[in-house]
Design a protein around this ligand. Structure first.
Ligand code: FES
Length: 127
C-alpha cells in the first residue's frame, strides 16, 4: 500500500445528533458521506449513487414498500414494512436498504460503504 492509499480517521458527528436526525450528509475532506442511524445501528455510505452518480444520500428515507397478501393469496394492496427503511435516490428513484446498502431487486447493486465506528459518543469514519 502506498502512502497515498493510507486511510485516516475523521470525527464527523456526535452520535446523539445523528440519532436525533437519523441522517447527516458530511463533507470529509472532499468526500461526501451519508451517515445513518437506524435500528440502533450506524452506517456510512458514499454519497454517489451506483446508477448515474446522483447524490443518493440526500434522498428521503422511506419505509420499504411491500405487497400485502390476504385470504386465498389475494393482494391486499400496497403497504409499508414496519421497520425496514430504504434510501431513495433523488435523481431517478433507485432505492437502497439503509442497513445493507443493497438494491432490493438486485443484490449485486449497492452503495459503497465507508468504514464507520462510534467511540465515546463520536461517529468516526475512515477515508
Ligand atoms: S442517479 Fe440515483 S437513481 Fe439514478
Amino acid at each position: 500500500m502506498s502512502t497515498s492509499e493510507l486511510k485516516r480517521d475523521v470525527v464527523v458527528a456526535q452520535l446523539e445528533d445523528l440519532k436525533e436526525r437519523e441522517r447527516i450528509v458530511v463533507d470529509a475532506g472532499g468526500t461526501e458521506v451519508g451517515l445513518y442511524f437506524h435500528a440502533d445501528q450506524v452506517r456510512a455510505w458514499s454519497n454517489v449513487c451506483p446508477h448515474s452518480g446522483g447524490p443518493v444520500c440526500q434522498g428521503k428515507m422511506m419505509p420499504r414498500t411491500i405487497q400485502l397478501v390476504v385470504e386465498n393469496r389475494k393482494s391486499g394492496g400496497p403497504g409499508f414494512h414496519p421497520t425496514d427503511r430504504n434510501i431513495v435516490c433523488p435523481w431517478h428513484g433507485f432505492e437502497f436498504d439503509v442497513l445493507t446498502g443493497k438494491h432490493p431487486a438486485d443484490q449485486r447493486v449497492g452503495l459503497r460503504s465507508v468504514p464507520v465506528r462510534v467511540e465515546n459518543g463520536e461517529v468516526i469514519i475512515s477515508i
